[in-house]
Design a protein around this ligand. Structure first.
Ligand code: ZN
Length: 257
């Protein structure tokens, strides 16, 4: 069900299902032990597994995204926000032109979340003939709570490393995981305000928690739960006739409020 691996007529067949999944990741440092493309690799596998349970076409993963907060470390490739917004719109336009009018963004990079919400909102008055759906990064937080032992998680951590150990064991270098526990270490308190350097100040090495606690077994539990939730969501998206209708209605009213 991978767009790039199907023939044109196979793809046309799958159009009946109406739903496309766009896996979204990043290129950025993931500690010393996970690959730069971890987020997109995970998003891709998770999307493929979900599409096996509930048919949908899976687009090639988008690795070039928004990761300004990690530009202090080698390996980050970050697009400017306005370029990424335009790129997402161009991709979705093309996917919809091919007959897939419901697009689910399967994002696994926290740094994209704010921008993806803006993208969704930007679409409301554009009169598009498609709808976009954005699930949260952690679709099965209860499964994460069940398996995690470390109190801080977030990046290249116990949970993400477990995902990677289950899905891409050949890419994980467990022997390079730091020996000590990494806590987020912001040395200022400006709460409740946010600042431009909060991420950098908290995670100067792009690593948090204790990935030594990661295991493929924990990965299996969390990935399976995640995939099941995503498959459920695809089913729900297929049944949805409200959002496309509301989009048309909103667009019409916004032209003449
Ligand atoms: Zn990540």
């Amino acid at each position: 069900m991978q767009w790039e691996r199907m023939t044109a007529s196979e793809l046309a067949e799958l159009r009946r299902e109406g739903v496309a999944l766009l896996p979204i990741g990043s290129l950025e440092k993931h500690g010393e032990h996970l690959p730069l493309g971890t987020d997109g690799l995970i998003a891709h596998k998770v999307a493929l597994l979900a599409a096996e349970r509930e048919p949908a076409v899976v687009l090639p993963p988008l690795f070039f995204t928004y990761t300004k907060e990690m530009k202090n470390l080698p390996g980050a490739i970050s697009l400017e926000a306005d370029l990424l917004l335009r790129l997402l719109e161009a991709i979705c336009d093309e996917v919809a032109r091919n007959g897939f009018r419901k697009i689910v963004l399967v994002n696994c990079h926290g740094g994209n979340s704010a921008l993806l919400k803006v993208f969704l909102q930007e679409l409301c008055d554009k009169g598009k003939d498609y709808a976009v759906y954005l699930p949260p990064i952690f679709l099965a937080p209860e499964a994460v709570e069940r398996v995690k032992e470390t109190k801080e998680i977030g990046h290249a951590c116990e949970v993400e490393t477990s995902f990677a150990l289950y899905l891409y064991p050949e890419l994980v270098r467990m022997e390079r995981v730091p020996k000590e526990f990494y806590s987020s270490r912001k040395d200022y308190d400006l709460s409740p305000a946010s600042t431009s350097v909060d991420w950098y100040a908290s995670y100067p090495d792009g690593y948090v928690g204790d990935a030594k606690k990661a295991s493929p077994e924990k990965g299996k539990v969390t990935v399976e739960a995640h995939v099941e939730k995503l498959a459920e969501l695809i089913r729900k998206v297929k049944r949805d006739d409200k959002v496309p209708g509301k989009l048309r209605e909103f667009h019409r009213k916004s032209l003449n409020p």
